[in-house]
Design a protein around this ligand. Structure first.
Ligand SMILES: [Fe+2]
Ligand SMILES: [Fe+2]
Length: 230
């Protein structure tokens, strides 16, 4: 059993880190609620709808786990406030737009989130942090799979009108080169907070080693060649 950090500055950093993680997870609940409406707008099959609602429940649990850790390091309960709902929350609901949104948020976002969570888990020595990140990593990987399943279905339904924007979005996602950060700051990996450099490396590796082959395989099913990513 790892002792809690005795360093007030580290505790403050960890409270801030886990609060930000928790708020991102909390926002993901709304993302899957929106995705469920998108699925209905395009007439997606019920198995995708079931998986999407289950994913929203997973995100509620992720937010709970992260808020609990934030409260532990803050020494006081931490929880969400109202989520801003201004503007056009639903966005465009045509099949191509919905497929591109799913690609960016579920296929790309969840794949990279799963890798980050798994790496943070592996570097952590704290049992509560490890348990939370194990749940999160497993669930985010499943959410990414759901995204790919939906995108495949959308291309099957919409043909070239969906395939073209999906291919373009995949090329954009794989071409992203995030600038290499300078230094890592303090080392809080024992409590699940990775430095900027490991995060940058994981995301770069994820694009090349995980996203690119899956994207290439998906597009090849529909006769589109994707250039190799470096
Ligand atoms: Fe999550
Ligand atoms: Fe997720």
């Amino acid at each position: 059993m790892t002792a809690d950090s005795e360093d007030p500055a580290q505790r403050a950093r960890l409270a801030d880190h886990w609060t930000r993680q928790a708020l991102a997870e909390h926002a993901s609940v709304a993302s899957f609620a929106r995705f469920a409406l998108h699925l209905m707008a395009v007439g997606a099959p019920p198995d995708l709808l079931v998986a999407t609602h289950q994913a929203g429940l997973d995100e509620i649990e992720h937010a709970r786990l992260c808020f609990r850790l934030a409260g532990r390091f803050a020494g006081a309960p931490v929880g969400p406030g109202p989520l801003p709902m201004g503007g056009d929350v639903l966005g465009p609901t045509d099949l191509a737009s919905v497929a591109v949104a799913a690609l960016e948020e579920a296929c790309v976002g969840e794949t990279l989130a799963a890798l980050e969570a798994a790496e943070a888990r592996d570097r952590s020595a704290d049992p509560e942090v490890r348990a939370a990140l194990t749940t999160i990593a497993d669930d985010e990987a499943r959410h990414a799979e759901l995204g790919w399943r939906f995108v495949r279905w959308a291309v099957q339904q919409g043909g070239v009108a969906v395939l073209d924007p999906v291919s373009a979005a995949l090329r954009r996602a794989l071409a992203v080169r995030e600038p290499e950060p300078h230094g890592d700051g303090p080392d809080d990996a024992a409590f699940g907070r990775l430095g900027a450099h490991p995060v940058w490396r994981i995301r770069r590796r994820g694009r090349v080693e995980l996203l690119a082959p899956v994207a290439r395989a998906l597009l090849a099913e529909f006769g589109v060649q994707l250039q190799s990513a470096r």
